[in-house]
Design a protein around this ligand. Structure first.
Ligand code: DAH
Length: 346
């Protein structure tokens, strides 16, 4: 009789699989308290014959051990989950998170995006090329004569010097125009942002690397008037409706005619300040009609097609927008500088 009961309870304990602290407590109340099953069986044990006692004593003790061990194990499983403080120690998963600061966008990235977005609305696509370029794409295809001073060691970082096929760090994004035109046929309408390199001593006004945005539009019957209208629109979008614009004749090997474009100083509104060296005007880009030689170098029929191009420095435009006077700030990664620009939190 007693033996049968013990066997039955052993089965029950072995099958015990608690899923909460309540189950564990129920186990304790059933088996281990003073009116519980273990104590009850020991009471019953007293009534059996001494012959049976010899046999059942060991079994009963083992059963008690099993019940106590199972309880201890179950307790451990739910350690940390407290029943008597009603879960006060548990993490409240419904609380809102504490949020963290994401950091800010780099001012050059902000301004690059602003510029690119203006041209995207006009139907320009974004194109890019290589920072390590060959002589052809950086110079020769762009109509630079072999002895042109821009090829000089003073300005260009050479990766490899080889007669007629130097490998350089691109000195301007105009190289991307060549890559784009070589890859297809007009119409081309693209905006090309990127980093460029020049062998210059680092100071507040010059750096060995900086950023440019190139623009190119080639199709039938593209004229200088198209160029001017596009740039007028661009400047007004970027700096406001009442910004004044002027073009000055200039020279670039890859455009003919060429011009530089000035805008009325966005800081002093043309009154004269340190930024515009008291002139009221600042130069922001170079531009012109793509030289027919450049079109031909890229496999495009210059009798059928014409185009305009322009190129600007993103640092210059950013300086004018945020009154930054030292180019070195852009690459020093000083968070006191960077944190001043658009910060986001999630
Ligand atoms: N590549 C010139 C520079 O780095 C800028 C430039 C001038 C680009 C005239 C052009 C252009 O596309 O038409 O100074």
């Amino acid at each position: 009789m007693l033996q049968d009961k013990i066997t039955q309870y052993i089965e029950e304990i072995k099958a015990f699989a608690p899923t909460s602290t309540q189950d564990v407590e129920a186990f304790r109340l059933k088996f281990l308290v003073s009116k519980g099953i273990v104590k009850g069986l020991f009471e019953e044990f007293k009534t059996v014959s001494s012959e049976e006692k010899r046999e059942l004593g060991k079994v009963l003790n083992e059963f008690k051990q099993l019940a106590e061990n199972s309880y201890a194990e179950a307790l451990e499983q739910f350690e940390g989950d407290s029943t008597d403080d009603q879960g006060a120690n548990r993490t409240d998963l419904t609380l809102p998170g504490s949020g963290y600061v994401l950091g800010s966008r780099h001012p050059l990235s902000l301004v690059r995006k602003e510029i690119v977005d203006i041209f995207k609305k006009l139907g320009f696509i974004i194109a890019d090329g290589n920072e390590i370029e060959d002589d052809w794409h950086n110079f020769s295809a762009l109509n630079f004569a072999p002895e042109h001073p821009a090829r000089d060691m003073q300005d260009t970082f050479f990766v490899k010097k080889e007669e007629g096929n130097d490998i350089v760090l691109r000195t301007h994004t105009s190289s991307v125009q060549v890559r784009l035109m070589e890859a297809g046929q007009p119409p081309f309408r693209a905006i090309m942002p990127g980093r460029v390199y020049r062998n210059e001593a680092i100071s507040a006004r010059a750096h060995c690397f900086f950023h440019q945005i190139e623009g190119l539009y080639v199709d039938e019957d593209v004229s200088f008037a198209d160029l001017k209208q596009t740039l007028y629109h661009f400047v007004k979008e970027l700096y406001g409706e009442d910004t004044k614009v002027r073009f000055r004749p200039s020279y670039f090997p890859f455009t003919e005619p060429s011009a530089e474009m000035d805008i009325s100083c966005s800081i002093c509104k043309g009154e004269g300040c340190q930024m515009c060296k008291q002139s009221g005007w600042v130069e922001i880009l170079g531009c012109g009609m793509v030289d027919p030689n450049v079109l031909e170098n890229c496999g495009i029929d210059s009798k059928k097609y014409s185009g305009y191009a322009f190129g600007m420095g993103i640092e210059r435009i950013t300086n004018l927008k945020y009154e930054i006077r030292d180019l070195r700030l852009f690459s020093e990664n000083d968070v006191r500088f960077l944190a001043q620009f658009e910060t986001e939190t999630i």
